[in-house]
Design a protein around this ligand. Structure first.
Ligand code: ADP
Ligand code: NI
Length: 217
């Protein structure tokens, strides 16, 4: 059975589950990541169906959407069983989602090409024009400020330090967004990340120029 045929039903299921999320972890994020994963998979010679289904499910076990990652992974397995996804594909897809969502420190490397593709697609959606938009949406939802010059840039914080940080939208570029370019797994994603990274650097350059009331044109 072709995995592509269950993806349409998976999309309906995931969209329903994510209907009320307002921090940038919404259905549109899933949709963008899924489309990007399909395109990268095709170019890199990865299994498109595996990438598509894993991308659709990848954020369901996220802390922001569920209290129990284990329960959520179990629900995903049950859903795939009900839709007759072959066992080997279920195991592969769950491995991808679990590795992506149980990240600690720098995150465990993805074992398979399909996992690398989905992780790349998710990371690409955090950078570039969309990444900037998501960052300010997240900051707004959390009541964070746009920028506090004293608090940025200060490099990478540990998770513990970050929990105690007020955080600003601009600070998020330095703790995460500007580092993602070097974490891409596939050549296709690396090329896209280079373009998106450059756009963020241009954005920051212009941002500081305006912040500093620099009137040169
Ligand atoms: P992902 O799904 O890429 O793992 P997260 O769950 O970490 O993303 O966050 C969702 C979105 O919000 C991403 O675009 C991320 O860059 C952004 N974001 C996460 N934490 C912050 C923060 N402290 N300030 C601003 N934006 C953030
Ligand atoms: Ni995501």
């Amino acid at each position: 059975m072709k995995l592509e045929s269950v993806c349409q039903e998976a999309a309906v299921y995931v969209r329903e589950r994510m209907a009320h999320e307002g921090t940038g972890h919404d259905w549109r994020h899933i949709d963008r990541v899924t489309k990007l994963a399909i395109a990268i998979a095709a170019r890199e010679g990865a299994d498109v169906g595996i990438c598509q289904l894993a991308a659709l499910f990848h954020d369901l076990p996220d802390d922001k959407l569920t209290d129990s990652k284990e329960q959520e992974l179990e629900n995903i397995v049950l859903w795939m069983n009900r839709h007759h996804v072959p066992d080997a594909d279920v195991r592969h897809i769950v491995e991808i989602i679990a590795t992506m969502s149980f990240r600690g420190g720098g995150g465990a490397p993805m074992r398979t090409l399909e996992g690398q593709v989905v992780q790349d697609a998710d990371r690409l959606d955090a950078i570039g024009a969309i990444g900037i938009a998501r960052t300010f949406t997240y900051a707004g939802a959390k009541g964070h400020l746009i920028h506090e010059p004293e608090s940025a840039p200060r490099g990478v914080l540990t998770a513990e330090q970050y929990r105690n940080e007020p955080g600003t939208a601009i600070h998020h570029f330095y703790e995460k967004l500007l580092m993602l370019k070097d974490l891409m797994n596939t050549p296709t994603a690396r090329a896209l990340a280079t373009e998106r990274h450059l756009f963020m650097e241009q954005f920051l350059h212009q941002f500081y120029k305006e912040w500093d009331a620099d009137i040169s044109v």
